[in-house]
Design a protein around this ligand. Sequence first.
Ligand SMILES: NC(=O)CC[C@H](N)C(=O)O
Length: 201
Amino acid sequence: MQIGVLALQGAFREHLGCLRTLGVQGREVRLPSDLPDLDGLILPGGESTTMVRLLNAHAFWEPLRAFHARGGSLWGTCAGAILLAREVGGQSPALPPQPSLGLIDMTIERNAFGRQRDSFTTLLPVQGMETPFPAVFIRAPVITRLGAGAQSLADIGGQSVLVRQGRVLASAFHPELTNDPRLHELFLAGVEAQRPAHRPA
Ligand SMILES: NC(=O)CC[C@H](N)C(=O)O
């Protein structure tokens, strides 16, 4: 199974490290030409406005949508989750809406926890996990609207922080900054389930 991590900016090395501990040699994705033979792609946390600028500069938007359309699985963490949303809120009304891939029918609000709670770690109950997940939030977004086709797997105070729509997973927090492999395992299991039978592992 071929897994890539978008390596334009942010915590891509940490994701590659987590994949390595699970025996998966992930690949840095820096150009659209790195996408074609991947089965799964992780969009890391970082600064979504910077990522948008770099995605524009490399004409990445259509190749990413095409990757999804041909059966690729995606997982966005924090800034990466913002890139996957249909609508992005939380920026100054003076600015135009932030562009995004629209691969999950949700509205996501940037920097939603406010200054006092800029960064925190919490033990988060996640659907399907026997014990809570240690979730690290850093200037994190929350999902304020979720379409009927998307499913919430965890929430804080009634607001979703982990959602799935088909082959696309989004977490508002950073599983790559903890030693708990369960979300990486969840993503890889989804990729494996989607991988065409004729492709070698
Ligand atoms: N840790 C993160 O990825 C923070 C995301 C950042 N606040 C943004 O809007 O892009």
